[in-house]
Design a protein around this ligand. Structure first.
Ligand SMILES: [Fe+2]
Length: 510
């Protein structure tokens, strides 16, 4: 596989009559999306140099401008999988509402494929933004010209920069009609940002008659969750227990803590009434530790065989009460393609799991007796935390608030979260859930945003040397049990903390 990519990249560069230096090639191959990076480098090199050097690649990697391909025109039509408008029927225990994973695009050229993906993102988020009072006179971006009357546009951010002298913010935004630079004066409250590459914004603009003056942003709308939206909930008494990042197969799997969790789940640790009400367990990815996920991982593995890791996962899940429906999604450690959205586990791997398991894609939105849950592993924290000032792995729910404001789980293209060029952008958050659950950060957080319950639900792996090296402080062995009849209420969440010698159970966030 790796040598295939190498051959493709070399052939691609040679087809442009250029020679790639070895160091430059290694840098390109180390990127998550080597062909896209390669195209960006070739665009920058132009016809003058016969070589592609390491410096040229570094220059492209370092630029803040998104190197995503432009939006395709026309945007891809809505597909049959579009189920977001489907009303959730009542009284059904489990129902998949939207699977994030859809068919791969049929476009062979990767630039075209991504162009269609981003056009689909723009289309979906435009539907959410259209009709807002703050976006009067909505027009395509190509009509944003000097001397125009006030208008609004919906654009995907291509570039964010600050002017050298006045420190105004300039955004380059794009839709399928074209791109435009717009200015946010440094004394505007909107100048605080931060704006992220590839997020979709609704902008209200005013124009000067002077063609040298950029259109001025006077209003901003993110797709966001509508304030005052009626909070959804289950239509019968029921609870769900939320877990993440089991990392089965790791030497650091916390089997004693897991044993305490089983005592709780079987009602052997008190709270029998609440435990009886638990009908669902949701696990937000990194079900197993995987193989070859990071350098020298084999030293950290108790089970060095991927099939055996899933067999052990099956054994562990059988330890939970069989009346509970267990919903699982993969994470970046699982044995599915790492590009997001990720498909569900293959039937061969899922065959190791008990019959009460529902194996879904990452991300997926599903209804539990009418309460709408979106589960996403959280790989995009690796891109969003460095991009958002003040964001940390210790408080992932702050980042989740921004995901909801953008109505997108992983907007940034070309970072550490590889994006799959599928027909539909399954990382758009639509519909807005009642509960958004993530893992990946290996910490624990409970918060709320506009009546959406936010959960980041810990890990069952102790700290590995690799995590210590990356300065990640784990908060392991916690589970959140949520009363689904009132998930937006502050007292709806019970925390099960099995990290110490004696389990601690308490209501609300710790
Ligand atoms: Fe993990």
């Amino acid at each position: 596989m790796a040598s295939d990519v190498r051959e493709h990249v070399v052939a691609f560069i040679e087809s442009h009559r250029k020679i790639v230096e070895v160091d430059a090639l290694e840098l390109i191959l180390a990127d998550r999306q080597p062909l896209i990076l390669c195209q960006a480098v070739l665009n920058r090199v132009g016809p003058d140099s016969p070589f592609v050097t390491r410096e040229m690649v570094l220059e492209v990697v370092a630029q803040r401008t998104s190197n995503r391909p432009p939006l395709a025109r026309p945007p891809s039509p809505p597909t049959a999988e579009e189920t977001s408008a489907t009303p959730v029927p009542e009284a059904e225990p489990f129902r998949l509402v939207v699977s994030g994973f859809s068919a791969p695009t049929t476009h062979q050229n990767p630039l075209e494929a991504y162009g269609h993906l981003f056009a689909d993102r723009h289309l979906r988020l435009s539907r959410i933004l259209r009709g807002r009072r703050g976006l009067a006179n909505l027009q395509p971006i190509e009509s944003a010209r000097a001397g125009s009357p006030p208008m609004a546009v919906i654009g995907m951010v291509r570039e964010v920069r600050t002017t050298a002298r006045q420190h105004h913010t300039v955004l380059v935004v794009e839709d399928e009609s074209g791109a435009a630079s717009v200015l946010i004066p440094q004394d505007s409250p909107l100048a605080r940002g931060p704006y992220l590459p590839d997020e979709v914004l609704g902008l209200s603009l005013e124009f000067s008659k002077d063609p040298k003056q950029l259109p001025r942003v006077v209003g901003l709308e993110r797709p966001d969750v509508p304030p005052g939206r009626p909070a959804g909930h289950a239509d019968r008494p029921t609870r769900a227990m939320f877990l993440s990042d089991l990392h089965i197969g790791s030497k650091s799997f916390l089997s004693d803590a897991w044993g305490q969790l089983l005592d709780f789940a079987h009602g052997r640790a008190g709270h029998e009434e609440e435990v009886r009400g638990i009908d669902f367990v949701v696990i937000a990815g990194d079900l197993v530790d995987g193989i070859g996920i990071y350098p020298r991982q084999e030293r950290d593995l108790a089970i060095p065989d991927i099939i055996e890791q899933y067999a052990e996962l099956g054994r562990r899940l059988r330890e939970l009460p069989s009346r509970m429906t267990i919903v699982v999604i993969p994470g970046n450690h699982d044995a599915v393609t790492p590009a997001e959205p990720q498909p569900a586990l293959t039937p061969a791997l899922a065959a190791s799991l008990p019959s009460n398991v529902r194996s879904l894609a990452n991300p997926s939105t599903f209804s539990l007796y009418g309460a709408l849950v979106e589960a996403y592993h959280g790989r995009s924290f690796d891109d969003l935390i460095p991009a958002l000032p003040g964001a940390t792995y210790a408080r992932p729910t702050e980042v989740m608030k921004r995901m909801l404001a953008m109505r997108h789980l992983a907007p940034i293209y070309g970072g550490r979260t590889p994006l799959a060029p599928l027909i539909r952008d399954g990382l758009v958050i639509d519909p807005a859930p009642d509960i958004l659950v993530t893992g990946h950060a290996h910490t624990f957080g409970v918060d709320r945003y506009r009546d959406v319950l936010l959960l980041n639900v810990s890990t069952w792996q102790g700290e590995t040397e690799y995590q210590r090296m990356r300065n990640i402080t784990a908060v392991p062995a916690r589970a959140a049990v949520v009363d689904l009849t009132r998930p937006s209420r502050p007292d709806a969440v019970m925390t099960v903390d099995a990290s110490g010698p004696k389990m601690v159970i308490h209501g609300g966030a710790p």
